[in-house]
Ligand binder design. Sequence first.
Ligand SMILES: Nc1nc2c(ncn2[C@@H]2O[C@H](COP(=O)(O)OP(=O)(O)OP(=O)(O)O)[C@@H](O)[C@H]2O)c(=O)[nH]1
Ligand SMILES: [Mg+2]
Length: 320
Amino acid sequence: MGLFDFFKKKEAAPEAKVALDKGLEKTKEGFLSKITKAVAGKSTVDDDVLDNLEEVLVTSDVGVTTTLKIIERIEARVARDKYLSTAELHGLLRDEIQLLLAENNSNDFRNFEYGQHKPYVIMVVGVNGVGKTTTIGKLANKLKAENLKVVLGAADTFRAAAVEQIKLWGERVGVRVVAQAMGSDPASVAFDTLQSAVANQEDVVIIDTAGRLHNKVGLMNELGKIKNVMQKVVPNAPHEILLVLDGSTGQNAFEQCKQFTEATDVNALAITKLDGTAKGGVVIGISDQFKIPVKYIGVGEGVDDLQLFDKKAFVDSLFN
Ligand SMILES: Nc1nc2c(ncn2[C@@H]2O[C@H](COP(=O)(O)OP(=O)(O)OP(=O)(O)O)[C@@H](O)[C@H]2O)c(=O)[nH]1
Ligand SMILES: [Mg+2]
């Protein structure tokens, strides 16, 4: 199977569903208990219930803009069907959120020309500690399982531990890692990685980068430099700039997304650490508000805890 088929495969495996349900447990608990409170003592969906519901969504990190869109839709349904019972609210909410997300950017990642580039180059960016290196390890494992030849570039040369960490992931999942000494030029590491990937006819290159603050101009410029140097080897690289966001930071993740997408050509998002947080609603808001697709979600620290984001499965898991 080629890279293209891998990403086309949409039907989630049963074990992926279990991992998703487990990963979203905290968000789900918080969400459902808040909804229960929001409708307490009410039999029909009235203005009070809608007000409470709005608060539930906002406090679940869905974000104000997306919350208002959802409330408007529910209001329209209530206007049509005057005696909508609170018991029906769950299903209604699930359906409306699903419709909203489906209308927006698609699930099929059609901006990516998988299979048409060899090597396919992914540059991974994001602020400190969001889970970039871990996501790279998990992704390498996923791709390798599909018989793709993967190589990792240790272009986070900022800390010695960073180079060691990615090397460890390489050993763990059995993929090659190109590294230089700590403190060396990240662009030079990226260059080496691409050059050897071309020589070895590898399919996918994943470049790790140092965690940077979105407001540090110097560090953002460094990303530009890495990109330019890579293009000397593979003219249209990177094909994918994957921004990693820590879902447990809630509204902060929105802000980071905004800043990074303004500063670099991010074309894919990964939202991590959904397992440890009740702020999973952030995925709904980000997926609705940014035109860039959420491509992966992280639901744990293990090697198998990275999933292709499936909007429908995600919302189903949250409500079922
Ligand atoms: N629970 C959970 N933890 C995660 C997930 N993804 C990453 N982590 C943890 O988050 C911590 C930071 O992950 P890293 O991959 O080192 O993050 P990074 O973005 O590479 O960090 P820097 O290189 O320092 O910028 C580690 O302890 C990971 O195990 C996830 O989906 N769930
Ligand atoms: Mg890292």
